[in-house]
Design a protein around this ligand. Sequence first.
Ligand code: FAD
Length: 310
Amino acid sequence: PFDVLVVGGGPAGAASAIYAARKGIRTGVAAERFGGQVLDTNAIENFISVTETDGPKLASALEEHVRSYEVDIMNLQRAEKLIPASQEGGLHEVRFASGASLKSKTLVLATGARWRKINVPGESEYQGKGVAYCPHCDGPLFKGKDVAVIGGGNSGVEAAIDLAGVVKHVTLLEFDDKLRADAVLQKKLHSLPNVTVLVSAQTTEITGENGRVNGLVYKDRKTGEEHTVALAGVFVQIGLLPNTDWLKGSVELTAHGEIIVDARGETSVPGVFAAGDVTTVPYKQIVIAVGEGAKAALSAFDHLIRHSVS
Ligand code: FAD
């Protein structure tokens, strides 16, 4: 069995594997797709100490760093079930879609998350070419330009307030006939001179030309009329889905499906830790996932020296 088995090979999983391996303990990483969300990213300008990189470059640097240690890397392995140890100090088991099963004294769950898509024509085609999901990441790329935010919940309204300070103008579109964000956020939003709020607005298409977004089409759900808005960018903010379907019934999750962790990254099951976008830790960013991954591995090591006899 492993001392530490990391499930997930994004920034959080890579950091966990490196920190665990540096303690000289048996470490494994199993991931469906090594690199994680980073693989889908174009420009990365906020990974501190790296002025500018791109997703594929950062993903291969993460993998190279992990491979420089004695770590068993099992790529293309999708975890399907976690069976926690039946007694404290026992082994936790992870079962995979391939039929494989791995046992470990401690686990770090780092299966990340994915942005919910609106699934309209143009969204996938222009992803990274004007269609964005992360205002902290891509906001500055639209300095001085017009953008839209789709979604009037807390994350959409926060994104619109954030972007209004960076871009020229923000149009916020909400499908429902009212915003769902907290009142304090709505008040702030309505106080901004360069924000237009559209409710009962169903986005039907993201349009582009020469390979980049140039606007969107929405239907006014009250009148049925179609309208177009000229834009350089569209931020889709309709939810982040943690990859935790496989964990239901094993570790405690929030109503949104995020793994609940304490300050040390420990879940509701002793010896099972979690890190990165899959957890309740706020602000889903690479630099944060890396730090949380390191923390979870150190906590797993601490657990081992306190609870393990051999
Ligand atoms: P992930 O990167 O999501 O990795 C999860 C890992 O778990 C993957 O290896 C995946 O294959 C694996 N996995 C999932 N389910 C299973 C399973 N059942 N079994 C086994 N393995 C599984 N952040 C920034 O800081 N700067 C940016 O510029 C930036 N730009 C972004 C652009 C885009 C388009 C996107 C989508 C995200 C961007 N982010 C950016 C966010 C950043 O990518 C994430 O915060 C970060 O990757 C989270 O790391 P993670 O390791 O927690 O999860």
